[in-house]
Design a protein around this ligand. Structure first.
Ligand code: PMP
Ligand code: GLN
Length: 380
C-alpha cells in the first residue's frame, strides 16, 4: 500500500462519532446539525428521483445548478463567474479538494498549509506529491503574519490552501490577512485553493469576503463551496468549484476520473435551494448564532474558558485553565466518563504545537445542548 495512506490513522471525526455511539454520549464532536435541512429542498430531491432524474447528468454538473451557483455568488459575494466555463459540480468539497490538488501539483511542488487545518488536507497534499510548508496559527486570534508567510513561501510554492472561515478555530481572516496573502500569491506566482465551505455560517452581521475577490486574485484562485454546509445536509456531498478557465481545464480532467458526476436529483434540489431568497440564509445564521450564544453562555456559567466563534458552527474551549495539557486525553475522558463527545484541536495540527483547545459543535437542538451542559457541570 502507499505508505502515506498505510500509516494514516482513521479520521478523528469517525473515531469520535463511533465512540459516541458506543458510549451513548451526546455527540458534539463531528460537525453535523440536528436540523434535518429545509423541507422544500429535501422534497425537491425526492420528487426528482420519482420523476426519473436518475441517469448520469453532464460531467460538469447540471446546467441549472451551474447557473444557480454563478447567480448565487454574484448575489452574495459580488463574483462574476461564467457558469459554462468557470463552475463545476463535484461530489462534495472533499472531491473538489482532492481533484484540485491532483490537477495543480507536480511531485516536489510546495504547498503552503495553514494549521490548524481540516484533517483531509495534509494526506491529500502528500499523496498528490506536494511538499507541505506550514504556517502555524495560534489561539486565540489565529492571525496570519508577514514573517510567517515569508518563511513558508519559496520559488517552489505552487499552491496555497486556505480555509476561510476556519474550521476548527471558528475564526474569519480579516481583510488585512487576505490582502497580505494575496500579495505573496502574486509575488510567488502561486494558485490559491480556497476552501470556503463555511462562507454562509458567519455571525454578528459579518459578510464573507472570498479571496477570489481580492485585487489580483481572480485569475489565480480556485474557490470551493459545499451544499452540505449551506443547507445543513452534510450527507448529500454536493460541492462546487469555481476557477478561471485555464485552471478549470485541469480540475475537470481530475473530476472526470474521480467521480465523473454527482447524483442528479441532489443537484436539482441544490439548484432550487441556492435560489432561495435572502431570508433563508439570514434565518440560518440567526438560528446558529442563537445556539452558539446558548451553549457559550452555559459553558461560561459553568466556569469554562470559551473562545469566540465568529463563523462555522463550532465553539472552542481553552482547557489550559483547568490544568489540562493534553486535549486528546481530555476528550477521551470526556466521552467515556462524562458522556460528551468533542474534538481535540491538536488533530488539526501536523506536529501538535497546540494541545489545550477542544472543539464542540453547537448546531444542535436546545435540549441536546442542555444535556451536554448538564454533563459538563462540575468539570471546571
Ligand atoms: N472542508 C472543510 C473545512 C470542512 O469543514 C468540510 C466538512 N466538514 C469539508 C471540507 C468537506 O465538505 P463536503 O462534506 O462537502 O465534502
Ligand atoms: N467537517 C466535519 C467537521 O469538521 C466532519 C466531516 C467528516 O466527518 N469527514 O466536523
Amino acid at each position: 500500500m502507499n505508505p502515506i495512506f498505510a500509516d494514516l490513522p482513521t479520521t478523528v471525526f469517525e473515531v469520535m462519532s463511533a465512540l459516541a455511539r458506543e458510549t451513548g454520549a451526546v455527540n458534539l464532536g463531528q460537525g453535523f446539525p440536528d436540523d434535518p435541512g429545509p423541507a422544500d429542498v429535501r422534497a425537491k430531491a425526492a420528487e426528482a428521483v420519482v420523476e426519473g432524474w436518475n441517469q448520469y447528468p453532464p460531467m460538469m454538473g447540471l446546467p441549472e445548478l451551474r447557473r444557480a451557483v454563478a447567480q448565487h455568488y454574484a448575489r452574495w459575494q459580488g463574483l462574476d463567474l461564467d457558469p459554462d466555463t468557470e463552475v463545476m459540480v463535484t461530489s462534495g468539497a472533499t472531491e473538489a479538494l482532492a481533484g484540485a490538488l491532483m490537477a495543480l501539483i507536480e511531485p516536489g511542488d510546495e504547498v503552503v498549509l495553514f494549521e490548524p487545518m481540516y484533517d483531509a488536507y495534509l494526506p491529500l497534499v502528500r499523496r498528490a506529491g506536494g511538499v507541505p510548508r506550514f504556517v502555524t496559527l495560534t489561539p486565540p486570534h489565529f492571525r496570519i503574519t508577514e514573517d510567517a508567510l515569508a518563511a513558508a513561501f519559496s520559488p517552489r510554492t505552487k499552491v496555497v490552501l486556505l480555509n476561510n472561515p476556519l474550521n476548527p478555530s471558528a475564526t474569519i481572516f480579516p481583510d488585512e490577512d487576505l490582502e497580505l496573502l494575496a500579495g505573496f500569491c502574486q509575488r510567488f506566482d502561486a494558485v490559491a485553493l480556497c476552501d470556503e465551505v463555511w462562507e454562509h455560517v458567519v455571525f454578528d452581521g459579518r459578510r464573507h469576503r472570498p479571496l477570489m475577490a481580492v485585487p489580483g486574485m481572480r485569475e489565480r484562485t480556485v474557490k470551493i463551496g459545499s451544499a452540505g454546509k449551506i443547507f445543513s445536509l452534510t450527507g448529500w456531498k454536493v460541492g462546487f468549484v469555481m476557477a478561471p478557465p485555464h485552471l478549470m481545464r485541469g480540475l475537470a480532467k481530475a473530476h472526470q476520473f474521480l467521480t465523473f458526476t454527482t447524483p442528479p436529483n441532489l443537484q436539482a434540489a441544490v439548484a432550487y435551494g441556492l435560489s432561495k431568497d435572502d431570508t433563508y440564509f439570514e434565518d440560518m445564521r440567526t438560528d446558529f448564532a442563537r445556539a452558539r450564544d446558548r451553549f457559550a453562555g452555559g459553558l461560561s456559567a459553568l466556569g469554562f474558558s470559551v473562545l469566540p466563534s465568529a463563523g462555522t458552527y463550532f465553539l472552542n474551549l481553552d482547557i489550559a485553565p483547568l490544568g489540562e495539557s493534553d486535549d486528546v486525553a481530555f476528550c477521551e475522558r470526556l466521552v467515556r466518563r462524562h458522556g460528551v463527545a468533542a474534538i481535540p484541536v491538536s488533530a488539526f495540527y501536523a506536529h501538535r504545537p497546540v494541545r489545550t483547545i477542544v472543539r464542540f459543535c453547537f448546531a444542535k437542538r436546545d435540549d441536546t445542548l442542555d444535556r451536554a451542559l448538564e454533563r459538563l457541570r462540575g468539570l471546571a
